[in-house]
Design a protein around this ligand. Structure first.
Ligand SMILES: [Zn+2]
Length: 171
């Protein structure tokens, strides 16, 4: 059994509580919250950054929580939007949570936009894509530190954020 929370006495905030609840429900029933298709990208409705933020809000069902959640969305200076890409940066999103911000990177895996949680690399301490989080249940699993079963982000080993001599690269 992995150690549960960093501070077991600290109550979860409303987003974290909803995430943990969703993760427990998925573990018990095998069912995720049905959220429907991602919002469409409209050329005349804001920018790509707004769209990526809307997709994250949708995937995490943030609207259903009925409270405003401010997300800071910028282009990422390190990661590419597509694997081996050079010209377009990934999108970085910072979501405020009880223990500080959670930092996400949005990039394409095949044709699908996926979100990775950034956390310090075990070996070089640089912030790298650590876990793929595409739903409230995934976030709940992460908060419960039950992520071992999910195996981490496929982009952990290729992230250009590692120090160049980091043994995690291509591991
Ligand atoms: Zn590293």
């Amino acid at each position: 059994m992995p150690s549960t929370a960093k501070n077991p006495l600290k109550p979860f905030n409303h987003v974290e509580s909803a995430a943990v609840e969703a993760a427990v429900r998925r573990a018990q029933t095998g069912q995720s919250i049905p959220i429907g298709p991602d919002p469409a990208l409209h050329r005349d409705k804001g920018t790509e950054l707004h769209w990526v933020e809307a997709v994250l809000r949708h995937r995490l069902s943030l609207r259903s929580l009925n409270r405003p959640i401010g997300i800071r969305t910028t282009h990422d200076g390190v990661h590419p939007l597509i694997e081996d890409g050079q010209h377009f940066p990934a999108v970085a999103l910072s979501v405020p949570f009880a223990e500080g911000t959670l930092d996400f990177i949005a990039a394409y895996d095949g044709g699908r936009l996926v979100f990775d949680l950034l956390a310090p690399c075990d070996r070089c301490q640089q912030p790298v894509p650590t876990e793929e989080i595409n739903g409230l249940e995934d976030l709940g699993d992460f908060l419960l530190q039950a992520r071992d079963a999910l195996g981490g982000s496929p982009r952990l080993r290729t992230s250009p954020a590692h120090n160049t001599d980091c043994p995690s690269l291509g591991d």
